[in-house]
Design a protein around this ligand. Structure first.
Ligand SMILES: [Ca+2]
Ligand SMILES: [Ca+2]
Length: 650
């Protein structure tokens, strides 16, 4: 009898499985936000669909969890950014580092929707010493540290941060790790070699997760900064999930064994804390703006000359909450082994499995719609006619700032042009006609340090530039490291110095119109980026600061040394990034006005244009848009802002 019941049960189970199999065709992606129960349901549904288990253990004893295809918002949202700012402002200690935190937040923005289209397995834990040892024993592989390739370099100067960090190979004493602790002192290349070995061993595909997969796995349906909660929850519950040096926890010198805390709702441990985890993607701070909607993999190639940095995620035992939230991005060279707190977890691809359809950008139609009435359209002609001036304007204008210091301007005639691009990042589309109804004067150069001094006096900014041995200082070098707000101070004082002149930052439309100077190509001189060096200081002809071979050579250049555009404006491409007056809105071009657009009325960030001496040619393109917080004065060597003064005749 008992036997019969079992038979019936098995038969019923088989029916149920078939039903599930028949419903497979319409299985939806896991669309965040979703809760723990729903996460579990998604995982079980997808396991049934592909005929696999949610939890599996592989040949090296590594536990893996099946993750469903899904949709989520990647990166730091503006609401979260605002909340972070309010927390910073309420804390006198944090406030000291406000600029740094604001700047770093920019690198996680804009938040953007991402779809992971295929189910995949993710290591439930970081890779352990015991698992990594199996790889070493089977292959005799020596990590890069053991090979001495980049080994034993101190963290800072000659001072190791703690004694156990030497020697810095994964298995050497004095650090005696247990087999269930995460392996450390690996570099990205070592992690990839482990994945290759495991793939060959099992005939499956193991790899590092993409950055998007990592964040999706970490969030597990949550939309809070950490998968366990919000800012106000950290002190109360973080210790249950995360091993880090923060809050109620003491400072930790070591990681702990994996899976000691609570998992997230996908069943993954230590996504926050314990060890930073390498992901597959190359590092680049501006990649989110161009991130595709489906299965983003980051940039296909390294971002800058000799930049071998990869992204790491999730913070570590010796860091804290502010590096450990789901959106937080950090980077480290793929060859490094001098930092002890990097490890990894694997992703496992599932062969021959159907996922969900690629998501369709809901704004695609608007983004690609061409709205060009033509240069001869009635509304274009009438806008130009309405503000036409009878005065014959001189081609140049000079504001004297005192003594021999002048600020020369070039006349930019009224006209219309096509703003944006057809193929560039989303925020450059649609390509659309804009009328600049009035002629204006644009500063021929990025604002120089002598101009700055003439208007602002020898202020702290100038003194700081002059104090370093980094070659940033010089009377005809661009003033740099300026926030948008500081530019406004400069303009206020400049207006007092030159009454009757309506000086301002150019609008974004004025900037692009002035840069293009009649061209419709990627750059004002054409489409060929290989010619950019004749017109611009950019990544292709920059010299790294601090390189002994380049001692005594200039890498912050005088303005106006390259060829101008046909309006007579210099360094519109490259040199330093240039603030515009407008607020930034990625979708502004959908509906911006035809005549003299001045940016959206609301928004937290301001626009920058033109790329910099430190950036690839694509950022120097006439259409490229960047945003930054108006208080922020730069993010390291990348952002040396110039201010270009539009000069509007009354
Ligand atoms: Ca971790
Ligand atoms: Ca520039």
């Amino acid at each position: 009898m008992r036997c019969d019941i079992e038979v019936v049960f098995v038969a019923l189970f088989a029916v149920a499985t078939n039903l599930a199999a028949r419903a497979e065709d319409s299985l939806p992606p896991a669309e965040a936000p979703f809760n723990a129960t729903q996460a579990d349901e998604f995982q079980r549904q997808w396991a049934a669909r592909i005929g696999r288990e949610v939890a599996t253990t592989n040949s090296v004893g590594m536990k893996l969890r099946l993750l469903p295809p899904g949709d989520f918002t990647m990166g730091r949202t503006e609401a979260e950014f605002d909340k972070l700012l309010s927390i910073i402002d309420a804390d006198s200690e944090m406030k000291k580092n406000r600029g740094g935190m604001v700047t770093w937040s920019m690198l996680m923005m804009p938040a953007h929707r991402v779809r992971i289209t295929k189910p995949f397995y993710m290591g439930a834990t970081e890779v352990t010493v015991g698992q990594f040892r199996q790889f070493i024993e089977a292959t005799g592989y020596k990590t890069e540290a053991e090979q001495g390739l980049n080994h034993g370099k101190p963290y800072k100067g000659g001072r190791p941060l703690s004694t156990w960090r030497k020697p810095m190979a994964w298995r050497r004493p004095p650090l005696r790790q247990q087999d269930d602790e995460p392996v450390l002192h690996l570099c990205w290349n070592d992690c990839v070699e482990f994945c290759k070995w495991l793939s060959e061993k099992e005939g499956r595909e193991y790899c590092l997760p993409t950055e998007a997969e990592w964040e999706y796995a970490c969030r597990a349906g949550t939309t809070t900064p950490w998968h366990f909660g919000n800012y106000e929850d950290v002190d109360r519950v973080a210790h249950e999930y995360a091993w880090w040096s923060d809050g109620a926890q003491d400072k930790h010198d070591l990681p702990r064994a994996v899976a000691q805390g609570e998992p997230n709702t996908f069943g993954l441990y230590d996504m926050h804390g314990n060890m930073w985890e390498y992901v597959a993607d190359w590092w680049h701070r501006l990649s989110y703006k161009e991130s595709p909607l489906n299965d983003p993999t980051g940039l296909a190639v390294q971002s800058e000359k000799n930049d071998q940095r990869r992204i790491i995620r999730g913070s570590s035992f010796d860091w804290g909450r502010w590096g450990g939230d789901s959106a937080y991005r950090m980077r480290i060279t793929q060859r490094s082994n001098q930092h002890p707190h990097m490890s990894f977890r694997v992703a496992m691809r599932i062969k021959d499995v159907e996922g969900v359809d690629a998501a369709v950008d809901p704004d695609k139609a608007r983004r690609n719609r061409r709205r060009d009435p033509g240069a001869d359209a009635e509304q274009v002609i009438s806008a130009l006619r309405a503000s036409a001036t009878k005065d014959k304007l001189p081609p140049e204008l000079t504001i004297n700032l005192g003594g021999t210091v002048n600020m020369p301007f070039a006349l930019v005639p009224a006209g219309s042009f096509l703003m944006g691009s057809k193929q560039g990042p989303k925020d450059e589309r649609p390509l659309h006609r804009v009328v600049i109804s009035k002629p204006f004067y644009m500063a021929k150069y990025e604002v120089t340090q002598s101009q700055w001094e003439a208007v602002m006096g020898k202020d702290k900014r100038l003194t700081e530039l002059a104090s370093g041995d980094n070659d940033m200082s010089g009377p005809t070098k661009a003033m740099n490291s300026l926030s948008w707000n500081v530019c406004q101070e400069f303009i206020r004082k400049l207006k007092r110095k030159s009454p009757g002149q309506n000086v301002a930052l150019p609008t974004e439309a004025q900037w692009e119109y002035a840069c293009r100077a009649g061209s419709t190509t990627e750059f004002h001189f054409g489409d060929d980026a290989s010619e950019l060096g004749e017109y611009s200081w950019y990544q292709g002809n920059m010299i790294w600061p601090g390189q002994p071979a380049f001692r005594g050579r200039t890498f912050y250049h005088d303005v106006g040394k390259k060829k101008p555009n046909s309006f007579g404006l210099y360094d519109m491409h490259g040199g330093v990034w240039e603030w515009c007056a407008d607020r930034y809105d990625a979708d502004y071009y959908f509906d911006s006005p035809l005549v003299d657009p001045a940016g959206p009325d609301a928004g937290r960030f301001r626009v920058l244009r033109g790329g910099s001496w430190f950036r690839y040619s694509k950022y120097a393109r006439s259409a490229y848009r960047r945003f930054f917080h108006p208080e922020s004065n730069g993010d390291g060597l990348d952002s040396r802002f110039r201010m270009s003064c539009g000069h509007q005749r009354r």
